[in-house]
Design a protein around this ligand. Structure first.
Ligand SMILES: [Zn+2]
Length: 292
């Protein structure tokens, strides 16, 4: 007989006699990826070797910056002065309604992404927007706490949750930083830009879920100066990166307490004819009729 679950006293349901048997059922993978189109990493890496840096943008500490990357080019996010987490948004530069979809990226690749994984766009597009070509932290794997790096499970720190949980009105959360940066990039008011800000890729952030309560946790990022995440732009991209006020996210965010550092974004342009046969990915093949 399984003892009552004392970690969740608010639960009141009676434990069934076959609880152990039901819990012992083996899981199945929701989305087997054997049929997922694979990126040609050898092609991308050969092209990466021909690149030159053609733009540099700094996301200042506790602030965000935007950048543009033509399809077929690369961008690299680098840790500069000290451990720092970045919150990344991506849009199709030609159609801002096509944006990064962290939830489906998580469903396809898992809770954290690394070399060879792709950042997928929202419905009705559902195509790779970017492919991770190099990750200097891909040695980290999954640690003893179940933590890993570059998560697609967190949303982004935001002032609304701070107001809900602590009654604070902090203005340098990643959500606000991304909103201000996008508004400035597009020349529109912040209130108009805000709905376009979406769930992020948490670059360099080390996170997981506690085994006993299933709660989202963070821990000090293993990123060090010189570490970088390099991505290939599959479509023309507008990006925004916030240097999170949580710094390395070892203690707290949504405040001015943590030590924070800027992050560097570089756009890398490959030599001509260095991507033979590469084509931007097509939008989803679904016919869009929804049965009507
Ligand atoms: Zn943040």
């Amino acid at each position: 007989m399984t003892p009552p679950d004392t970690s969740a006293p608010h639960r009141t349901a009676t434990l069934p006699d076959d609880a152990d048997a039901r819990r012992a059922v083996a899981p199945v993978i929701c989305y087997p990826v054997e049929t997922l189109p694979r990126p040609d990493l050898a092609l991308y890496r050969a092209a990466l070797a021909t690149t030159q840096v053609t733009a540099r943008v700094i996301a200042p500490a506790r602030d965000a910056a935007t950048f543009r990357v033509p399809a077929g080019s690369f961008f690299r996010i680098s840790c500069q002065d000290g451990p720092q987490v970045g919150d990344l948004n991506l849009w199709n530069a030609a159609d801002l309604t096509e944006r990064f979809y962290s939830g489906k990226t998580r469903a396809l690749h898992g809770t954290h992404v690394s070399t060879g994984d792709r950042l997928w766009s929202c419905f009705p597009h559902l195509r790779p927007m970017a492919t991770i070509v190099q990750d200097t932290l891909d040695w980290y794997g999954i640690d003893a706490y179940g933590g890993s790096v570059h998560d697609v499970i967190g949303t982004r720190c935001d002032p609304y949750t701070g107001a809900l949980l602590a009654g604070t009105h902090y203005h340098r959360c990643c959500h606000s930083n991304l909103t201000r940066a996008l508004a400035a990039e597009l020349g529109i008011p912040a209130r108009q830009a805000e709905p376009m800000v979406h769930d992020v890729l948490n670059v360099f952030m080390c996170t997981g879920f506690t085994r006993d309560t299933g709660q989202y946790f963070m821990k000090a990022s293993p990123v060090r100066p010189g570490d970088a995440l390099t991505l290939f732009a599959e479509v023309d991209l507008l990006g925004a990166l916030s240097a999170c006020p949580g710094g390395d996210c070892s203690s707290e965010h949504s405040s001015d307490t943590a030590l924070c550092h800027p992050l560097l974004i570089e756009v890398l342009t490959p030599g001509s004819d260095s991507l033979p046969g590469w084509q931007p990915p097509l939008r989803s093949a679904y016919d869009g009729s929804h049965g009507l």
